[in-house]
Design a protein around this ligand. Structure first.
Ligand SMILES: [Zn+2]
Length: 363
């Protein structure tokens, strides 16, 4: 967080002592307490970084606590409207968190076959979006590929595919299905492979601690005419979907360092020497996301700058918080039948066998 950060909490729900915004199991509570301890006692070294849009402008502290109740500040860049957790644990802290706490704290299901099927579903959407832009036979790479369900769809469509992830278990699962997946960091992995015509990230880029450096490196690793496709949650439409039904607190959690605004993403891509070929707002799992296709920027191209992006985002989030309080967001209306079904099934004691009505997150 920069020295110029100003406090502008959206409501008392966003204050440090507010606690978790979701119901936690005993195991989740214990893990959260351990991570909170590491954030508080200096075991995780915290590093402040400016907004990756590169524009000058004050940071506004909107929130002092994450979804799980962790003591983390979320700031809004008053220039571009991107939200980021700042300060944030350094690389060693992030690695410790992902290795030891992330999966269990986020209540991830261990059903790999179901996970693979879910990945195939977004693979179909990716195939649909790229098949006219990336010729069959070219090399396509997924950063954070998990078990490789999406890559399998692309492989069957005639692409040569590769992917990397930090979960050894998931990588093994995908390799057993005949996919060429590697464990390890993306840049090093990509350097040992042919130049990719498409590099994509599905609900991964918002986790990256230093997105500018990553894009700069990816740009150098693309094949001529190659593209980078990035799919991230879209905080600018949280009021419109059953998840998070206007509740910003559900969108703010330790693993997501960023909630990019469209403007912030455009500026970041331009700084990395990438042109945004298309930027589409879409939905998945009843939740908002945006899809950005980028390619190498020609030297003279300059993005148009929206001078009001920061103010617009702030006004939207304040308005949404007021409407959510009175249960007036569109997302709350749409999600109502599922919430009622969930409550009824809990009342009838079937909660253990019923799936949750709303997917809390895809990443
Ligand atoms: Zn910014």
């Amino acid at each position: 967080m920069s020295a110029r950060a100003t406090y502008a909490l959206l409501s008392q729900r966003f204050a440090r002592e507010a606690g978790s915004a979701i119901r936690l199991s005993n195991e989740q509570r214990a893990l959260t307490a351990t991570v909170a301890g590491k954030l508080n006692d200096g075991a995780y070294r915290m590093v402040a970084d400016p907004c990756p849009c590169g524009k000058p402008g004050a940071d506004l502290v909107l929130c002092e606590v994450d979804r799980y109740g962790l003591p983390l500040n979320t700031v809004l860049c008053s220039s571009c409207g991107t939200l980021r957790i700042d300060p944030y644990p350094d690389d060693a802290g992030v690695a410790d968190f992902y290795t030891r706490y992330y999966q269990q704290m986020y209540g991830r299901a261990g059903d790999k076959a179901a996970y693979f099927t879910k990945q195939q579903a977004y693979g179909e959407r990716i195939l649909e979006s790229i098949k006219d832009k990336v010729p069959a036979g070219s090399f396509v790479f997924e950063i954070g590929c998990g078990a490789g369900g999406a890559l399998e769809v692309l492989q069957k469509a005639g692409y040569r595919v590769g992917g990397c992830d930090y979960s050894r278990e998931l990588i093994e699962y995908g390799c057993d299905r005949g996919l060429s997946l590697s464990w390890g960091p993306p840049i090093e992995t990509l350097k040992s492979l042919p130049a990719a015509s498409l590099i994509y990230m599905h609900h991964v880029f918002e986790h990256v601690r230093d997105p500018l450096s990553q894009l700069l490196e990816l740009r150098e690793l693309l094949a001529p005419g190659g593209k980078v496709l990035i799919i991230v949650p879209d905080v600018s439409r949280i009021s419109e979907f059953p998840f998070p039904a206007g509740d910003l607190r559900l969108f703010v959690h330790i693993a997501h360092r960023f909630n990019f605004s469209l403007e912030g993403f455009r500026l970041l891509a331009a700084r990395a020497g990438l042109a945004v070929d298309s930027l589409q707002q879409r939905d998945a799992h009843a939740s908002p996301e945006f899809w950005a296709v980028t390619s190498r920027l020609s030297a003279d191209a300059k993005p148009e700058v929206d001078l009001h992006a920061g103010q617009s985002m702030l006004a939207y989030l304040r308005r949404t918080e007021r409407m959510r309080k009175f249960r007036l967001t569109r997302g709350q209306f749409i999600g109502l039948p599922a919430r009622i079904r969930g409550k009824l099934s809990r009342l009838l004691g079937r909660s253990r066998s019923s799936p949750p009505s709303i997917q809390p997150d895809v990443s």
